[in-house]
Design a protein around this ligand. Structure first.
Ligand SMILES: Cc1ncc(COP(=O)(O)O)c(C=O)c1O
Length: 153
């Protein structure tokens, strides 16, 4: 729903590489093109590659899994999340944040989402109980910021 709210068929969406396989299937079903962003197994997406994609006006949206990424397991620092939120504000492009694994930390405090640093409503925050309670419940939610009306059915 978030992807549909912020893209048209034929648009390009930046994603981490490698990425969760079903995300590729959804992008394919929506006839979206993909720009792969190199991603570090501990620190997450390459900021330089992301900024270059935003700068060159190559993408209509971006999907990131900042906390306990699947498949890499990377978890971005709060500072990096802040920088990413600022980058999207600078270029005024929507970011879909998939925070489905954010509650799975075993020690310390729960890592913040990029959404925590979003001052412009550009982050469509998505999460679910499928990794902490049960996938069978099929309950998820989205906090779409300025795209609320477009996400609502
Ligand atoms: C990164 C990521 N996003 C979304 C999902 C989808 O989760 P759900 O079981 O709620 O459909 C998964 C499931 O593995 C996932 O790894």
């Amino acid at each position: 729903m978030s992807l549909q709210a912020v893209t048209q068929p034929g648009d390009t969406v930046a994603i981490e590489s490698p990425a969760y396989y079903n995300l590729l299937e959804v992008l394919n079903a929506l006839h979206l093109r993909v720009l792969e962003l190199p991603t570090h197994p501990q620190e997450g997406v390459s900021l330089a590659a992301l900024e270059s994609a935003l700068q060159q006006n190559q993408i209509s949206a971006c999907v990131l899994v900042a906390n306990f990424n699947n498949p890499l397991g990377s978890c971005m620092s709060a500072e990096k999340k802040h920088q990413i939120a600022n980058l999207f504000s600078t270029y005024d492009i929507p970011l879909i944040e998939d925070d489905i694994y954010g509650d799975l930390n075993f020690e310390g405090t729960r890592p913040k989402a990029i959404k925590a640093f979003d001052t412009q409503g550009l982050v469509l925050y998505c999460a679910s109980v499928s990794k902490i309670l049960s996938p069978g419940l099929r309950i998820g939610w989205c906090v779409p910021g300025r795209y609320q009306m477009k996400v609502e059915p």
